[in-house]
Design a protein around this ligand. Sequence first.
Ligand code: PMP
Length: 290
Amino acid sequence: MLIYIDGEFLPPAEAKVSVFDHGLLYGDGVFEGIRSYNGRVFKLDEHLERLYDSAKSIMLQIPMPIATLKETVLETLRRNHLREAYIRLIVTRGVGDLGLDPDKCPSPSIIIIADKITLYPQKFYEEGLAIVTTSIRRNYPEAINPRIKSLNYLNNILAKIEGKQAGAVEVLMLNADGYVAECSGDNIFWVKKELLVTPPGHIGILEGVTRNSVIELARQAGMRIEERVFTRHELYIADECFLTGTAAEVIPVVKIDKRVIGDGCPGAVTQKLIAAFRHLANNTGTPIYA
Ligand code: PMP
């Protein structure tokens, strides 16, 4: 495997960052998780745009134009002869001193790791997930805004730990006001009587690239879709529920806090969107080997 790091392609044992990198010391940096299907990178422009937006918000200047970074992602895939891959793109604040001051870090680091994709067990898609609500609230937007995909993921990790202790693969996170926000690494949707609902960006979520694709697919299918705030009560009484994310794609949820959702099986709308998403992912994207 060859990892891109600041202009070089290095084997894993040689791809290293400094102990003075503020990405390590403070989680000061931004990242993306991207996938390629069938020799094409899915929604690469959307992921790059979110990366540059996240960086702008934290006043981190990515030391490369977006078009060059796009080409570097593709070159990393080519060097690793990958067609189906998971790509981790990271920009850290770079090397500074032990203080917080980001101005002491003159050169941000760019890292690209492209690996084979590990898929979730097929059983999850056929049977659906059982999730639970965590006591850990999603970050308040005026603290670390969840819209920034930053290297500081402790909020989500604490949620994940609690979920694992309860035996759940994914956990539901509420925002500080008690409204449903998202899961530790996925966005959430519910369906009731042909209406599809998902929380809006402003309540404090990461606006997923998969989420946005699913909204578009649902619109194309003529479904009514609302981005609005809601409480867990509406989730509990929904006909269907599913999660979206780059790794998970579209994954059904059949139980939330021990309440059975709908009839306890992945619903018709969810299954239709799983198929539509897979078709889109397998048939669109930036070619790696043009
Ligand atoms: N929410 C959070 C907190 C995430 O980390 C992610 C990505 N793993 C998502 C939602 C889904 O985003 P995307 O569809 O862009 O992968």
